[in-house]
Design a protein around this ligand. Structure first.
Ligand code: 5GP
Ligand code: MG
Length: 173
């Protein structure tokens, strides 16, 4: 049986999301912002984050990627399954991603989105796994830093399960 160990409960998540929402609200004051969420993992985080932003001009869109790899590891082979639809040329764009691990996914996203000439491009992640980085990419906004283990819950899945858990857990397979 897979074993779930609590990592962050709903209160801890809310505090971290609040803090990052405050930083984003302050950095993008008076700016038009387009937030692009990476499906599916970021959908719960993004729903909470956008409702805490104190900004009057926020547009929201989604992108969906597939990475060939095992169930718990991404690989350098990333494919676009669904592109965003809003025009981002000349706009401030914020990518919202669930987990930054090797960096392959974010490197792909940054390159892909840059081709549409946004005015600025930054990234907000729920979890940053810094120790496993393979590509030199960073997120400007990070809710939580984790070093080991495979996380599920709060939108994060293992084989499409556990996304509905309100907290974040370490899954021991
Ligand atoms: P990267 O390309 O940075 O190695 O991987 C990022 C992607 O791998 C994330 O978007 C996420 O989908 C997946 N991933 C990496 N670590 C975890 C984890 O601990 N739990 C889950 N559910 N997905 C992960
Ligand atoms: Mg993902």
């Amino acid at each position: 049986m897979p074993e779930l160990t609590p990592v962050l409960d709903t209160d801890a998540i809310a505090r971290k999301v609040d803090e990052v929402a405050r930083q984003i609200s302050s950095d993008y004051r008076n700016a038009d912002l387009v937030i692009i969420g990476v499906l599916k993992g970021a959908f719960v985080f993004m729903a909470d984050l956008i409702r805490r932003l104190d900004l009057s001009h926020v547009a929201v869109d989604f992108i969906r990627l597939a990475s060939y790899g095992s169930q718990s590891n991404s690989s350098g082979h990333i494919r676009l399954l669904k592109n965003f639809e809003i025009d981002i040329e000349g706009k401030h764009v914020l990518i919202v991603e669930d987990i930054l691990d090797t960096g392959w996914t974010l490197a792909f996203l940054k390159q892909h989105l840059s081709a549409y000439s946004p005015r600025s491009l930054k990234t907000c992640v729920l979890v940053d796994k810094r120790e496993r980085r393979k590509v030199d990419v960073q997120a400007e906004y990070v809710c939580h830093v984790a070093n080991e283990g495979f996380l599920v819950g709060y939108g994060l899945d293992y084989d499409e399960n556990y996304r509905n858990l309100p907290g974040i857990f370490n899954l021991k397979l």
